[in-house]
Design a protein. Structure first.
Length: 442
C-alpha cells in the first residue's frame, strides 16, 4: 500500500499513541504545520515513555527501569523544568535503546524544529519558525516508521532476551501452535521490519552454523521460530536473503542435525535454495544423494514437483524382463508412512495430488515381497482409496494383478475386497473382475 499520512496511524504500535497522533494528522491536514511539529514531538516523547514502561514491566528490562527512575527523580526535583525530556532523548539516542543511528538523528532534527516552532527567535525576520509541509511530512513519516511503529522491545538486548526465553521455556512451548502464539504476542508483533531482519539473520546463523553446546541444546526450538518468521513475512525475508547471499550461504552442512533442519526448511521454502551460493548448493546436493529420506523431500533441486516424482520413480521402481516374464521390485528404499505423508503434503502445496496418487500406486505395484506388499497397501493405498477416481481404481487393480508378490500373498483376498468395495461405487457397469484374472474376490 502506498504511504500516506492518513494511513500512518495504522502502523503505530501503542493504542494511546494512536489517539494522540490523530491531532498531528488534524493539524497537518488544516495546514497548521507548526502545531503539527510541536504535537508530533509531544507524541514521540509520550510514546518513548510508554515503551520504557512496557520494557520495564513486561520484559523486566533493567536499562528501561533505570531510565524511568532517573526521569522521575528529575521531575520530582524540578517539576517545571523540561530538562528530563532532553535526558530521555539523550538516553534513547546514545544507548540506541529503541533506535538505530539514522532514527536517532531524525529524532534530534525533530527536537530542534519543535523548539524553533514553539519558541520565538528574536534575531530572525520570522520570529517563529515556519516549517514547510514537505519537512513536516518527512518528520511524520520518519517518526512513525522509526519510532512509533516499534513495540517496547529494546534493540540492545532484545535478541538475547528472545534466546534466553526460548531456552527456559522450550519444554512448555513444544506444541508448535502454542510456540507461535507466544512468540508473536511477546516479540514479533512488537518489532519493525528492520529489527525483524536482524532477528532472522542472527537466528539463521545460530540454527545453521554455530555448534556450541547452547546452540545445540536449543537448535530445534530456534529452528521452529525461524521457520515461523519465514511464514509470517515470506516475500520480505526472501528479498533480504537475496541481498545477503554470502551470510545465508554460510552453513555447516556436515552437521547431521543441521542438514536435516536445512532440508526441511528448503522443502517448505524452495525459493531459498535458488538464492544460495553455487558451491553451497553443490554441498547440499551431495548430502541429499547420500541419504534416501533427504532425497525424498528435496524437490527443490528439480525444476518442479512433478519432475521430482519422476526422478523418485526412476530411482526406486525397477522392472526386469526375464524368461518367466516381468519381475518388479523396489530398489534402495521402501517408502514408509512418514515418507508418503511428506509427499502428500508437498503434492497438495503444488496442486499435484493426482501425480502423488499415481506414485503411490506405482510404488505399491513394485512391491518386492509379500511383507512389503502388505505394508505398502496399508501405507500407499488404504489412506487415499476413498479419493480414487475410476482411472486410479483400475490402476490399483492392474498393480495387484501384475505382481505375483501382491496377488499370491495371504492377505491378497481381503485387500482385494477392500478395493472392490470402493470400486463398486464408481465403476458401475464395468466388468473389471474378469479383466484382472489373477485376483480373487471370494
Amino acid at each position: 500500500m502506498e504511504y500516506s499520512i492518513e494511513n500512518a496511524i495504522n502502523m503505530i504500535n501503542h493504542s494511546k499513541t494512536k489517539e494522540y497522533f490523530k491531532e498531528v494528522i488534524s493539524s497537518f491536514e488544516h495546514k497548521n504545520y507548526r502545531s503539527a511539529v510541536v504535537m508530533l514531538y509531544s507524541v514521540v516523547i509520550c510514546d518513548l515513555i510508554y515503551k520504557l514502561k512496557d520494557a520495564s514491566e513486561v520484559f523486566n528490562n533493567q536499562t528501561a527501569s533505570t531510565i524511568l527512575q532517573e526521569i522521575e527523580r528529575r521531575q520530582h526535583e524540578n517539576p517545571k523544568s523540561p530538562e528530563w525530556e532532553r535526558y530521555l532523548i539523550d538516553e534513547v539516542t546514545n544507548t540506541r535503546a529503541f533506535l538505530d543511528t539514522h532514527e536517532a538523528e531524525n529524532l534530534k532534527i525533530l527536537q530542534k524544529h519543535r523548539h524553533l516552532s514553539a519558541h520565538p527567535v528574536l534575531d530572525q525576520v520570522d520570529i517563529l519558525f515556519y516549517p514547510p509541509p514537505e519537512t513536516v511530512e518527512f518528520h511524520i513519516r520518519s517518526m512513525v516508521e522509526g519510532i512509533l511503529s516499534k513495540g517496547p522491545i529494546m534493540n540492545g538486548d532484545a535478541f538475547n532476551s528472545l534466546l534466553e526465553d526460548l531456552s527456559i521455556r522450550k519444554k512448555t512451548l513444544q506444541h508448535e501452535p502454542t510456540l507461535r502464539q507466544y512468540i508473536a504476542s511477546k516479540y514479533l508483533d512488537h518489532i519493525n521490519h528492520l529489527l525483524e531482519k536482524k532477528f532472522f539473520k542472527s537466528l539463521w546463523r545460530i540454527v545453521f552454523f554455530l555448534e556450541n553446546q547452547e546452540c545445540t541444546d536449543n537448535r530445534e526450538i530456534n529452528y521452529k521460530v525461524l521457520k515461523y518468521m519465514l511464514e509470517r513475512n515470506t516475500d520480505a525475508l526472501y528479498s533480504f536473503i537475496e541481498t545477503e547471499t554470502r551470510h545465508f550461504s554460510n552453513l555447516k552442512v556436515d552437521n547431521p542435525i543441521i542438514i536435516e533442519l536445512l532440508i526441511d526448511l528448503l522443502s517448505k521454502n524452495p525459493g531459498i535454495y535458488q538464492l544460495l551460493d553455487a558451491h553451497v548448493k553443490h554441498l547440499i546436493t551431495e548430502k541429499i544423494q547420500a541419504k534416501e529420506h533427504l532425497r525424498i523431500k528435496s524437490h527443490f533441486i528439480e525444476s518442479n514437483f512433478i519432475s521430482h516424482l519422476d526422478k523418485l520413480k526412476s530411482r526406486y521402481h525397477h522392472v526386469e524382463h526375464g524368461y518367466f516374464g516381468e519381475r518388479l521390485w523396489i530398489n534402495h528404499h521402501v517408502f514408509d508412512h512418514k515418507d508418503i505423508k511428506i509427499l502428500e503434503e508437498l503434492s497438495q502445496e503444488f496442486n499435484a495430488f493426482d501425480s502423488f496418487i499415481e506414485f503411490c500406486i506405482e510404488h505399491f505395484k513394485h512391491s518386492t515381497n509379500f511383507n512389503t506388499a502388505d505394508y505398502l497397501f496399508d501405507c500407499c493405498i488404504v489412506p487415499y482409496l476413498y479419493k480414487f477416481n475410476q482411472e486410479q481404481i483400475l490402476s490399483v487393480f492392474d498393480a495387484m494383478n501384475s505382481n505375483d508378490q501382491i496377488y499370491n500373498r495371504r492377505q491378497s483376498v481381503s485387500d482385494n475386497k477392500i478395493v472392490k468395495t470402493h470400486a463398486d461405487k464408481i465403476l458401475q457397469g464395468v466388468e473389471y473382475e474378469k479383466r484382472f484374472s489373477n485376483l480373487e474376490f471370494e
